[in-house]
Write a protein that binds this ligand. Structure first.
Ligand SMILES: Cc1cc2nc3c(=O)[nH]c(=O)nc-3n(C[C@H](O)[C@H](O)[C@H](O)COP(=O)(O)O)c2cc1C
Length: 219
């Protein structure tokens, strides 16, 4: 049975990242995987201090937080999904703090013409990413998606899915019924006629998240 970890970077429970992340988990679980959902905002993760001692001692020297337990789970996983809201064109600060600590999972050599990253542990083979944002355009999420591809490549993983979920701001919005959306858009003076196309777009996002979970679970 493959192990899948779904890492949710939004502090907002029942928010759009949470709903999409749980849909990924559902797809993976129904495809037979052992799934764990991790809410980064619920963990105590210290900021990386930039000491770079990890490159010498091959582990993070910071103590007294949840990173070691998280790292153990992460490196034992066959597949990982990262789900983040877009905050000012980047991932949430919760997720950024966690990912900075990933530096301690890599050995880095500065060669004359290249920066060579060698993972010090087994890393998840299959990875998938979801960015969730308010804008109707995908531009604000592009840098983050590029970054996720880059780290997956760094640990020789395979990208099995990616999605930028746009036009999402209100809590639970991605999971709302067409009627709830019509009421919401009416209240926001956007026009209830947006409900139909947006509802369809959100349904597509949920279906893609589910399929992503299945792809993560695949052997
Ligand atoms: C601090 C902050 C910064 C944001 N920056 C952006 C942004 O740069 N582009 C954008 O389209 N949406 C932006 N948003 C909107 C969020 O991406 C959007 O509300 C998303 O649905 C939040 O995900 P959640 O529902 O999982 O909390 C921002 C929201 C916050 C709170």
């Amino acid at each position: 049975m493959s192990k899948v970890i779904v890492i949710i970077g939004s502090p907002r429970k029942e928010g759009n990242s949470d709903i999409l992340g749980r849909r990924v988990a559902e797809g993976a679980r129904e495809a037979g995987a052992n799934v764990e959902v991790v809410y980064v905002a619920d963990l105590n993760i210290k900021h990386c201090t930039g000491c770079l001692r990890c490159n010498l001692v091959k582990r993070c020297v910071l103590r007294g937080d949840d990173f070691p337990a998280f790292a153990e789970k992460f490196t034992a996983s066959d597949a990982a999904a990262f789900v983040t809201p877009i905050y000012f064109h980047w991932m949430s600060s919760y997720l950024k703090d966690l990912i900075d600590r990933f530096r301690s999972l890599m050995h880095v050599q500065i060669k004359p013409d290249d920066l060579v990253h060698t993972p010090m542990s087994k890393m998840p083979r299959r990875c998938a990413f979801i960015s969730v944002l308010g804008s109707p355009r995908e531009d604000d999420a592009r840098a983050v998606m590029r970054f996720f591809r880059y780290i997956t490549e760094m640990w020789h993983g395979e990208v099995v899915g990616e999605m930028i979920a746009t036009k999402l701001a209100v809590r639970k919005q991605v999971g709302m019924s067409e009627k709830e959306l019509a009421e919401l858009f009416d209240k926001m003076e956007l026009g209830a006629n947006l409900a139909k196309p947006y509802y369809q777009a959100y349904r597509d996002c949920l279906a893609r998240a589910y399929d992503m979970g299945r792809a993560l679970a695949a052997h």
